[in-house]
Design a protein around this ligand. Structure first.
Ligand SMILES: [Zn+2]
Length: 475
């Protein structure tokens, strides 16, 4: 079996700053990347930015700069998530990168040679917010339900089309053969029923004179590729496809992460495109829900936006990672506000992990013996079927709940054993109590590694070096 693990986020459009939903996506992918490294796998983690399409062109025009200048500035905001959220991606791909554009053109050529691309006149409703065509039945009061403030535009021109309609049976068979292909199950059922209803070919080009911001269609300089068609190819162009065959085979197929608004593109359109190019489908698609504020969609106009920067400023990097992962259950929408975040921070981190660690280390410092932690080092990640299973299902919350249970158990042990009363007269009982507590906290420290890497290191180091540590001061 291949001992490699490839994970990628979607590539967000650069027309806005990174929002909290993408922060959740990239942190989730980072947890999977880190955990798989701890399981002993070689890992490649991809993220980046989508820099083509009408939305970006209009934004650049509005600011009076070229699309490329605009993208260069914006891509930095996304790249900075690496430090902001401590995510260890291996490549940050931009769809304006030369190797990506070349790969997208090669991909197009193969699909074309295989007979899956044709040209026709077309008229469609188009939501610039989604950069997607909308059928009349998808519109609510003539508007896109996801972008009620954006006008639906009518596109009328001669375009290239992708024969999506030919892939219904093959997609359904692939889904049947891979019963874990989309997680959670609810989203899998949704995409199956979408495909079962019959697929429509979709347009994959735009007239360059109207929309110059895109990859040129090979052999037809009047057209550029539709933004989704080129962007989806990033999941393999980042691996060096088609030039670096060895590297591509080493990593592909990979695991993908996306938000629920991306379900169709990732688990149906992209898979059909791969089939059209004779390439293996993705391994798995994890689909996150949205993060709402007090039951409402986050939006600038409502003034209720919570940004990843604000969260990090208030709680720190690791606590932000923890809160993002634990405020909702995987695949469902999460509902947050500052009060709930504060409450969770204080309960789980300040009064939970932070307080326990500081109490146990204070007691351990009073002990005259030193503990050897060497042998416990790899333990939490060796053959941990339970953890592998919950991560595989995308249910990070399971492991976080297990960790918090350990914290509570150790808190109870301290109260029951009262080791501070044993120091003077019962050295054996004191030693036993401290050893149990310190090893317990050490184990928690190790277990936190994929979720809160810096906290994990602080806990482990402070026990090994018998030094005090202050984590998560109460707000
Ligand atoms: Zn829309």
């Amino acid at each position: 079996m291949k001992n490699t693990y490839y994970i990628t986020t979607t590539l967000p459009y650069v027309n806005a700053k990174p929002h909290i939903g993408f922060a959740l996506e990239i942190v989730s992918a980072d947890v999977l990347a880190r955990a798989n490294k701890l399981f002993g796998k070689e890992v490649f983690f991809n993220t980046g930015t989508d820099e083509h399409g009408l939305k970006i062109l209009r934004k650049a025009e509005e600011l009076g700069v070229s699309a490329q200048e605009y993208c260069n500035a914006q891509a930095k905001n996304f790249k900075s998530l690496r430090d902001l959220l401590n995510v260890e991606f291996d490549r940050f791909i931009r769809t304006t990168d030369a190797d990506h554009k070349e790969a997208a053109q090669k991909f197009w050529k193969i699909c074309d040679e295989n007979g899956f691309i044709y040209k026709k006149n077309y008229k469609a409703n188009y939501c610039v917010g989604c950069e997607l065509e909308k059928t009349n039945s998808e519109l609510v009061d003539g508007k896109c339900p996801d972008h009620p403030n954006a006008e639906i535009e009518i596109i009328e021109e001669e375009n290239y089309f992708f024969k999506f309609s030919e892939f219904g049976e093959r997609l359904l068979k692939m889904y049947k053969d891979n019963p874990d292909f989309v997680k959670p199950k609810k989203r899998f059922n949704e995409i199956i029923s979408f495909v079962e209803q019959g697929l429509q070919d979709f347009s994959i080009s735009r007239l360059k004179e109207k929309m110059p911001c895109g990859v040129e269609v090979p052999g037809d300089e009047k057209h550029v590729m539709y933004v989704w068609f080129d962007a989806l190819v990033n999941y393999i162009s980042t691996l060096g496809w088609p030039n670096e065959e060895e590297n591509f085979k080493k990593w592909w197929p990979g695991v993908q992460f996306c938000g629920k608004d991306n379900l169709r593109q990732q688990s149906a359109m992209w898979q059909a495109m791969l089939m059209a190019a004779n390439l293996p489908c993705s391994k798995k698609v994890y689909v996150n829900g949205f993060i709402n504020i007090d039951g409402q969609k986050m939006s600038k106009s409502l003034g209720n936006v919570i940004s990843p920067e604000e969260m990090v400023q208030r709680y720190g990097v690791d606590a932000t990672r923890y809160l993002l992962l634990s405020m909702g259950s995987f695949g469902e929408d999460a509902d947050i506000n500052w009060a709930r975040l504060d409450e969770k921070f204080n309960a789980d981190l300040a009064n939970g992990i932070g307080n326990l660690t500081s109490r146990v280390i204070t007691l351990y410092k009073k002990a005259e013996f030193d503990l050897d932690f060497e042998k416990s080092k790899r333990k939490p990640f060796v053959d941990n079927i339970e953890l592998e299973k919950s991560l595989d299902e995308g249910r990070f919350g399971d492991e976080i709940t297990r960790i918090m249970k350990l914290v509570q158990e150790l808190d109870r042990s301290i109260e029951q054993q009262k080791p501070w009363e044993l120091i003077e007269n019962e050295p054996e009982a004191f030693r036993e109590s401290i050893e149990g507590l310190a090893r317990g906290v050490y184990f928690i420290g190790l277990k936190l590694k994929p979720f809160m890497p810096e906290t994990s290191e602080s806990i482990v180091n402070s026990l090994e070096e018998k030094n005090k540590v202050k984590l998560f001061p109460r707000l």
